[in-house]
Write a protein that binds this ligand. Structure first.
Ligand code: KIV
Ligand code: NA
Length: 276
């Protein structure tokens, strides 16, 4: 299991950090077996495995339910769990209570929060002081999709680019152990990466971040119809799954499955009751 110090060392040694989302036992098991450095139990689970419209509908209970399954599948992989929409905004006390609940019940290594407002920065500081490592998330922050007006690239003008760099420095000052940069121009992600001493983990942020994260279902093309520009798919579970189910359906209809080889048998017919 990597530690937060290992992650910093990897950045210092210019060694890329690989991260993938996972939401359940089998995907977490695969991620660990494939040797990924980190797993994110992203609140993207709301969209990719629960079929919600956005991450806004995800609850603390959803994160705990899925987080626990992931930890069982990948007990030896550094796992980050997202704090869901509005679970860290109402009051500091409420936010700390929610964080403690998610962290303790999932037994995760870190929690992730979006944004860098004064309140969020203070929250990052308090969590760090309490012993909960925090991964920050800047750029496109999907929990604010309704305020941002859509899933758009962030930091495209001078003021926004400056603000993003300042925010990145602030999350570091308040104790964040890594920073996810989502949908940020490559050049800006590079400047931010060079300006801070914690690893940046990019998604739609170009090739110069210290690490990379993708959504499991995007990598596998599994249950997702349209893929953003920044995704590279490595499999086609949609087709594989549909083809397998079609073949199964047809075997059942044609009575060609199950066969003798899939069946159990008794030793002697005289133990059978009469049919009727
Ligand atoms: O929820 C998620 O999958 C994420 C990644 C896109 C970084 O936050
Ligand atoms: Na997320």
């Amino acid at each position: 299991m990597l530690s937060v110090l290992d992650l910093k060392k990897m950045k210092a040694n210019n060694e890329r950090i690989s991260m993938v989302t996972a939401y359940d036992y089998p995907s977490a098991k695969q991620a660990e077996q494939a040797g990924l450095d980190m797993i994110l139990v992203g609140d993207s689970l709301g969209m990719v495995v629960l079929g919600y419209e956005s991450t806004v509908e995800v609850k603390v209970e959803d994160m705990i339910h899925h987080g626990k399954a992931v930890r069982r599948g990948a007990p030896n992989t550094f796992t980050v769990v997202d704090m869901p929409f509005m679970s860290y905004h109402i009051s500091l006390e409420d936010s700390l209570r929610n964080a403690a609940k998610i962290f303790q019940e999932t037994n995760a290594q870190s929690l992730k929060v979006e944004g860098a407002s004064e309140e969020i920065l203070h929250f990052i500081k308090r969590l760090t002081e309490s012993g909960i490592p925090v991964v920050a998330h800047l750029g496109l922050t999907p929990q604010s999709v309704n305020v941002l007006g859509g899933y758009k690239v962030q930091g495209k003008d001078k003021a926004a680019a400056r603000k993003l760099l300042e925010d990145a420095k602030k999350v570091v000052e308040n104790g964040a152990v890594a920073l996810v940069l989502e949908c940020v121009p490559k050049e800006l992600a590079e400047v931010i990466t060079e300006s801070i001493n914690i690893p940046t983990i990019g998604i739609g942020a170009g090739s110069e971040c210290d690490g990379q994260v993708l959504v499991y279902h995007d990598i596998m093309k599994y249950g997702v119809d349209r893929l953003p520009k920044f995704v590279k798919s490595y499999a086609d579970f949609n087709n594989l799954g549909i083809e397998a189910l079609k073949a199964y359906n047809s075997d059942v209809k044609q009575k060609s499955f199950p066969t003798e080889s899939h069946s159990f048998f008794i030793k002697s017919n005289d133990i059978l009751p009469d049919s009727k």
